[in-house]
Write a protein that binds this ligand. Structure first.
Ligand code: ATP
Length: 458
């Protein structure tokens, strides 16, 4: 089978994707979407039943990429900080949470119907609010209606009003409702943060652009609780810190920016919000929002629950409701941005080489072990090399096809290092390490391999 013969049969994107405008690189978008299917990054969910409404499954390589994005976030937000602790809160929640947070009343998007073709649109995302992107009819939209994005369901066998609950539309509320629990058990005091990674659900009117906007997605959020008079300073700190995180994982400077919201974009309780934006093929769009939320969330939950959600500072004898700085990022959306940023093609000896230039911490596999031939005298020791490396790194092992084809396959997965075990290796106990980006090869003693790879990950 030729390398390109297994292109997807099921469309990976919805028909309602917005037109490409600024940025405008539909070719790159299509190439990345196709590669995702062809190389096992992302599959349309329930594909054998024709797919299901903009839901996606992460395949063997996609799940590694997504996990690496989440691990990199957790490492920088929790592991490397003594002032942030982790949490994994429930996805199902009672209406009281969402009443207090304002989501029941306000988590809505303006929905319009086209009376000409019956398609439905989110008004604030339309390029021209009078023209239907589907049929081109002008002035045929209904008056906008507020459409609540939360998924409603029932807990227990009886679907009555008392059993109503919601799938969380963001992970943040679990951090607020557990504020006192964490404060009382973790020996932290403001300024401190609670971080969480997990699934969120929004009944988006127009999901689309592949995994950019889906109804089920993963978020990486942190609530940082601070003394009120330090809020502004911490807000600026977290804007800089979060922006630097993307750069530390190899995001090219020309593809990301930090955009402060204008006054008209701010929610009523926020005194400052900035978005980290990525230059998607259709233009600049949000990866993460960093917001100075004041004491809105804790005050709301204290009022609605009747519990005290404040902090008594024994040093000053003062009691106050901490203010909150919230960096809220999308894990699935960020994984897509890393894929788009990494995609590259170049001419090598008259052939096009497709390569994902991931940072080694993001690449699905860090190393691939490739015995030069399937001869048993090579496969045994090559498997030993694999086992040694796999203790330390995500490591692939591939003994099929000619070595050149196997290198190209690893290039398309973004594997930074390929280790080839050849006949000389039997005598000199060394292997050839091929660098994904330069394609240069270097002889490295098997005993020094783990340290060699570790040093090059950075
Ligand atoms: P948008 O304006 O794009 O609907 P938002 O401003 O409502 O997004 P937030 O509530 O701030 O988004 O969520 C934080 C992050 O979660 C976003 O920056 C994005 O990365 C991610 N996210 C939000 N909604 C979705 C979705 N439907 N699909 C994938 N990721 C999402």
């Amino acid at each position: 089978m030729s390398e390109s013969s297994d292109t997807p049969s099921t469309s990976l994107t919805d028909g309602d994707d917005p037109a490409f405008t600024d940025g405008n690189d539909p070719a790159l978008f299509d190439k990345v979407v196709n590669l995702c299917k062809r190389r096992g990054f992302v599959f349309p969910s329930a594909e054998i039943y024709g797919g299901f409404r903009s839901t996606y499954d992460y395949g063997p390589n996609g799940v590694l990429l997504l996990r690496n994005v989440k691990n990199a976030w957790w490492r920088s937000m929790v592991q490397l900080r003594h002032d942030v602790v982790g949490l994994d809160a429930a996805i199902l929640g009672p209406p009281q949470i969402w009443e207090a947070s304002g989501h029941l009343a306000n988590f809505t998007d303006p929905l319009v119907d086209c009376t000409s073709c019956q398609s439905r649109w989110r008004l604030d995302k339309l390029e021209d609010p009078d023209t239907c992107p589907n049929c081109g009819a002008v002035g045929k939209f209904t008056e906008p209606r507020d459409f609540n994005l939360m998924f409603k369901t029932h807990a227990g066998p009886i679907a009555d009003a008392g059993a109503v609950c919601y799938l969380r539309p963001e992970t943040a509320q679990g951090m607020f409702t557990n504020f006192a629990n964490v404060l009382n058990t973790s020996r932290k005091k403001p300024p401190f943060g609670i971080a969480q990674i997990g699934k969120s659900f929004r009944n988006e009117i127009t999901p689309g652009n592949f995994v950019f906007r889906t109804r089920e997605f993963e978020q990486m959020e942190m609530e940082f609780f601070v003394p009120p008079d330090e809020a502004e300073e911490w807000y600026r700190y977290w804007c800089a810190e979060r922006f630097a995180w993307y750069q530390s994982l190899g995001m090219p400077a020309e593809l990301i920016r930090l955009r402060p919201h204008g006054d008209d974009e701010l929610s009523h309780y926020s005194s400052g919000t900035s978005d980290v934006e990525f230059r998607f093929p259709w233009g600049w769009d949000e990866l993460e929002g960093i917001a100075n939320r004041g004491n809105f969330d804790l005050t709301q939950h204290a009022t609605h629950s009747g519990e005290k959600l404040d902090y008594f500072d024994p040093a000053t004898n003062e009691r106050y409701v901490p203010h909150v700085i919230e960096p809220a990022a999308g894990a699935t959306r960020t994984a897509m941005a890393f894929l788009l940023a990494a995609y590259d093609e170049e001419e090598v000896r008259g052939e096009t080489r497709t390569v994902l230039r991931f940072h080694p911490r993001i690449a699905p596999y860090t190393v691939a072990v490739l015995p030069l031939s399937k001869k048993p005298e090579l496969m045994g020791p090559a498997t030993d090399v694999y086992r040694t490396l796999a203790e330390h790194f995500m490591c692939d092992y591939d003994e099929t096809q000619a070595i050149g084809r196997r290198y190209r396959r690893q290039d398309e997965l973004g594997t930074p290092f390929c280790v080839t075990f050849d006949f000389d290796s039997l005598d000199d106990h060394a292997v050839t390490v091929r660098d994904r980006d330069s394609m240069e090869q270097e002889r490295v003693p098997v005993d020094a391999l783990v340290e060699y790879v570790r040093a090059r990950i950075g």
